[in-house]
Design a protein around this ligand. Structure first.
Ligand SMILES: [Zn+2]
Length: 205
């Protein structure tokens, strides 16, 4: 608990440091998210056991991470989405293509970022094209000041890819693979905000 409080204090200090004398704090960009709790009777790996309560716990932490860039995520809806059976012709394709072929595209919102939670796949998560994929059994290596549980960090990392960020291997960085670090540098913040501003316009009614 103390570690979490220390992390939060350090984090608030960091946000405060971003207050610029001339322009004030960055205007916050808010993006809508549709959360899909993937369901499957036939493919256990595609069936998450996360509940709405878990998602309502995870997203405030995702927002805590993205506050350093002035980007926030608003849950448009949390839906139970039934995975499609794996099409036979996809059996020899890559893991990413196999997983994506089981997502019913007509359930994805064009006016929100789509985040799909499943039970098991090779990586903790990936963003190749819509939707963002995250497994509920994700595991991360702990680094000093890192996030207290894997799911918010993995979700925030994969959303980072959707916002145009590439991997940067520095243990405490959000875009490092496999750790619970969550910091961003100014270049990453600038790039993510540019993409987020475009997405915000696309999401406008
Ligand atoms: Zn990644």
């Amino acid at each position: 608990m103390n570690t979490l409080i220390t992390t939060l204090c350090a984090f608030l200090a960091m946000i405060t440091l971003r207050v610029e004398p001339a322009g004030g704090i960055h205007p916050v960009i808010t993006l809508k998210v549709r959360v899909h709790l993937m369901q499957s009777n036939t493919t256990p790996a595609m069936h998450t056991t996360l509940s709405e309560t878990d998602i309502r716990r995870v997203f405030p932490k995702v927002n805590m991470i993205w506050a350093q860039a002035g980007i926030q995520f608003e849950i448009e809806s949390i839906v139970l989405t039934k995975a499609l059976p794996l099409p036979p012709e996809m059996r020899t394709q890559s893991m990413i293509e196999r997983v994506l072929s089981m997502i019913p595209k007509d359930q994805l919102s064009a006016k929100a970022i789509n985040v799909c939670y499943v039970k098991e796949m090779e990586p903790n998560g990936f963003f190749y094209r819509e939707p963002v994929m995250v497994k509920d059994t994700a595991k991360l290596e702990a680094v000093p000041g890192g996030m207290d549980e894997p799911l918010p960090r993995v979700t925030a990392h994969e959303i980072g890819h959707e916002l145009g960020l590439k991997h940067r291997q520095e243990a405490v960085n959000l875009m490092q693979s496999g750790t619970n670090g969550f910091l961003l540098n100014d270049e990453e913040i600038g790039l993510a905000r540019m993409t987020a501003a475009r997405l915000q316009m696309e999401q406008a009614p």
